[in-house]
Write a protein that binds this ligand. Structure first.
Ligand code: PGA
Length: 264
C-alpha cells in the first residue's frame, strides 16, 4: 500500500529563530501514525527544525539540492552537505524551474545526487496555464516526467520516490485544480512510471505515492483525498499555519485508515 504523505514546503519563509517553535507546534498538532509527515524549511533552518522535530516522527526535507557534489558554485548547497540535516528533498519545483531556469535535464541530475545521498526525493511536475488552456497538460507532464527520470533505470523505488503533481497555475494562487484534474494526472503519472524501468520491474510504479500540490488548504484537501490516485499533498502557504496543517493531516489520516481497512 502506498503511504499517505503530507509535505510542508515553507519556501523562503521562517528564520532560525522562529522555525523551531513552528515546527514543534505543527508536529504536536499533527500527531498521526498513519500519515508520513515532512517539513521542508529553508536551508538555514534545517538544523533548528531537525532538533525541534527530534522524536516526533516528522521528517526534515530540503527544498532543493545542487546537481554537482562540490565546486565553485557560490551560494549553492550539495547533497552530501545535507547529511545529518535532512532525509528528504524537493526537486524540480516549478518556482525553481521558473525563477532559476531549472530544466528536466538538470532536475534529472539532481535526482541522481539525491539518490546517492540517500535523500528521499519529492519530484515535482505540473503544466503551465498555457498548456492546460491548449489541452496539452498531459503531454507537458509526461514530457517532464520522462525527462526527469530518463536513465534512472534503477533505485527509484528503493530511494522512496514520491511525485508531486503541481499545476503551475494553481500554486500560490488560491485557485486549486479540481480533484478530477489531480486524479487523471495521477493516472497518467502511474502509466508513465509503469513504462519506466524502476529497478524492480514493471507494475511496481504503484508503490510511488503521487501527491497533489497547489493552493491546498484544510477546507479543500478532503475532496482530493477522496480520489484513490491521490496519496497526499505538497502544501505551500497553508503549511506555515499549524491550524491548517492540523486539519490537513487529520483528513489524510482518515483516508489512510479507510484505505487500509479496504485493503483488508
Ligand atoms: P501553495 O504552494 O500551497 O502555496 O499553492 C504549493 C507548492 O508550491 O508546493
Amino acid at each position: 500500500m502506498r503511504p499517505i504523505v503530507i509535505a510542508a514546503n515553507w519556501k523562503m519563509h521562517t528564520t532560525p529563530a522562529d522555525a523551531g517553535p513552528l515546527a514543534a507546534q505543527i508536529a504536536s498538532r499533527t500527531n498521526d501514525p498513519d500519515v508520513v509527515r515532512v517539513i521542508c524549511p529553508p536551508y538555514v533552518c534545517l538544523a533548528t527544525v531537525r532538533d525541534a522535530l527530534a522524536g516526533t516522527g516528522v521528517a526534515v526535507g530540503a527544498q532543493n539540492v545542487h546537481q554537482d557534489l562540490a565546486g565553485a558554485y557560490t551560494g549553492e548547497i550539495s547533497a552530501p552537505m545535507l547529511a545529518g540535516l535532512a532525509t528528504w528533498v524537493i526537486l524540480g519545483h516549478s518556482e525553481r524551474r521558473r525563477d532559476f531556469g531549472e530544466t528536466d535535464e538538470l532536475v534529472n541530475r539532481k535526482l541522481t545526487r539525491a539518490i546517492e545521498a540517500h535523500l528521499r526525493p519529492i519530484l515535482c511536475v505540473g503544466e503551465q496555464l498555457a498548456d492546460r488552456e491548449a489541452g496539452r497538460e498531459a503531454e507537458a507532464v509526461e514530457r517532464q516526467l520522462r525527462g526527469c527520470l530518463k536513465g534512472h533505470d534503477g533505485g527509484l523505488l528503493e530511494a522512496g520516490l514520491v511525485i508531486a503533481y503541481e499545476p503551475v497555475w494553481a500554486i500560490g494562487t488560491g485557485r486549486s485544480a479540481t480533484p478530477a484534474n489531480a486524479a487523471s494526472m495521477s493516472e497518467l503519472i502511474g502509466r508513465v512510471l509503469d513504462e519506466t524501468p524502476l529497478g524492480v520491474g514493471r507494475g511496481t510504479a504503484h508503490s510511488v505515492p503521487v501527491l497533489y500540490g497547489g493552493s491546498v488548504t484544510s477546507s479543500n484537501f478532503g475532496e482530493f483525498m477522496t480520489e484513490p490516485g491521490v496519496d497526499g499533498a505538497l502544501v505551500g502557504g497553508a503549511s506555515l499555519k499549524p491550524d491548517e496543517m492540523a486539519g490537513i493531516v487529520a483528513r489524510a489520516g482518515v483516508t489512510a485508515r479507510a484505505r487500509r481497512d479496504a485493503a483488508g
